[in-house]
Design a protein. Structure first.
Length: 412
């Protein structure tokens, strides 16, 4: 096991990879402050919950309409330069949010930051695709999960403790500083294309053409189409679990203590599994077979909510579901890295991001209605069937021997 984890961490010996990793960790710390205060700050300035509610809706709508163009930019531009530029813009916007307390400016800036966040994610994905081999990506994915999961547990509490002692707007200043530090790391990354696949950057085509080509790339490659369908179905179930459980706990008058216990169980499950994954061979988590079986396990565990309301079984189920979520997420990332051509890597991932946003926009109210009509445990149990369907699709594809071994497919 020591050999495996040492082998995984060896990817950080590469200066480019190390700078990318450290920059991502640094900016992630600042993001915790931004995420924590924005809605509260808008509510405090306006005194209206309506204004605060506009923010998540505006964010979702902006990604739905602009997400594909952002992904196209990541595909067609130099990913390294785009990533540095986007990070610099994030630092500037957060500084402006620190300086200006006008409510409409804060809403507009938050929406812009959301779009810039997608641009950063897209350009970082394409940068990894050019900079890393498949094996190196899996190692970095393992190391990132091991470090970021405990940070996701600790940082919200630290951010809350810090923000409680200062004025809300100072959180934006801390976020801006984190982006500036990250920018120092990113600027030290040297251009490198280990996969020798940057020829498409020379093509002179419009963004609309590239977006349409990206759609053709998906529809003409049934393997990719079915894989994305599988991921989207699974995320419909995961969305229900993560959003509705806290809602249901509150409605059921479990109080904040009940919600806290469940959230802690989710964090513990994720941390245990992310730690375990760092000791395992990452090649095992890059097949459709693994993704299918873990999705089935996750879905079956979720459907057990139909049969129990006791706190101890509930907490154990939450730990199991959170742990399998970690495996599903890592395996999805590994498979997408292997199967998607660099030529369309940004735009295909943006399509996936848009699908997730649409699911959030459409299905969260449906999940809430299901809680009202059926009760929290029944609603969650039913949501598990989406995840089971996801696993079944994967098993059918494996039986047809189409996705056991992934090969990168170029769009002609």
């Amino acid at each position: 096991m020591r050999t495996v984890i040492r082998n995984n961490f060896s990817v950080l010996r590469d200066g480019n990879v190390r700078n990318l990793f450290l920059g991502q960790i640094t900016s992630g710390i600042g993001d915790q402050f931004n995420l924590l205060v924005t809605s509260f700050w808008i509510y405090k300035l306006s005194g209206s919950a309506f204004y605060a509610s506009l923010l998540p809706i505006a964010k979702v709508i902006s990604i739905i309409f602009l997400g594909a163009f952002v992904g196209t930019l990541a595909d067609r531009c130099d990913a390294r330069k785009m990533y540095i530029l986007v990070t610099a813009l994030q630092a500037i916007v957060t500084l402006l949010m620190f300086c200006c307390n006008h409510i409409h400016f804060l809403i507009a800036s938050s929406v812009l930051m959301n779009i810039l966040g997608l641009a950063a994610t897209s350009s970082r994905g394409v940068l990894k695709k050019t900079m890393l081999t498949s094996g190196s990506f899996k190692k970095l994915n393992s190391v990132s999960t091991l470090i970021q999961t405990p940070m996701a547990i600790i940082m919200p509490a630290i951010a809350a403790a810090v923000v409680s002692t200062i004025e809300f707007r100072w959180a934006y200043f801390i976020d801006a500083i984190s982006f500036m530090v990250a920018l120092c790391f990113y600027s030290r990354i040297k251009s490198e294309d280990k996969n020798k696949s940057n020829d498409h950057l020379l093509e002179k085509k419009s963004s609309i053409t590239h977006i349409l080509d990206g759609m053709k790339y998906i529809t003409n490659n049934k393997q990719i189409l079915f894989l994305l369908t599988m991921i989207i179905l699974g995320n419909m179930g995961f969305c229900a679990f993560h959003y509705v459980y806290v809602l249901g706990q509150t409605i059921a008058s479990k109080g904040v203590i009940g919600v806290g216990v469940v959230n802690s169980a989710m964090a513990v499950g994720g941390f245990i599994m992310s730690s375990a994954l760092a000791f395992l061979n990452q090649q095992s988590f890059s097949s459709i077979r693994t993704l299918s079986m873990v999705s089935l396990l996750n879905g079956l565990a979720t459907t057990i909510f139909l049969f129990t309301t006791d706190i101890i079984p509930t907490v154990l189920l939450v730990v199991l579901i959170s742990a399998t979520d970690e495996i599903v997420e890592m395996t999805e990332e590994n498979i997408l890295f292997d199967i998607i051509s660099e030529r369309f890597f940004g735009v295909v991932n943006s399509y996936l991001n848009i699908a997730h946003r649409i699911i959030s926009l459409l299905f969260i109210p449906i999940y809430g209605l299901a809680v009202d009509k059926l009760g929290i445990h029944n609603a969650l149990g039913i949501s598990g069937f989406f995840i089971i369907f996801s696993g079944i699709i994967g098993i059918l594809l494996v039986r047809k021997k189409r996705l056991i071994q992934f090969k990168e497919i170029e769009y002609a």
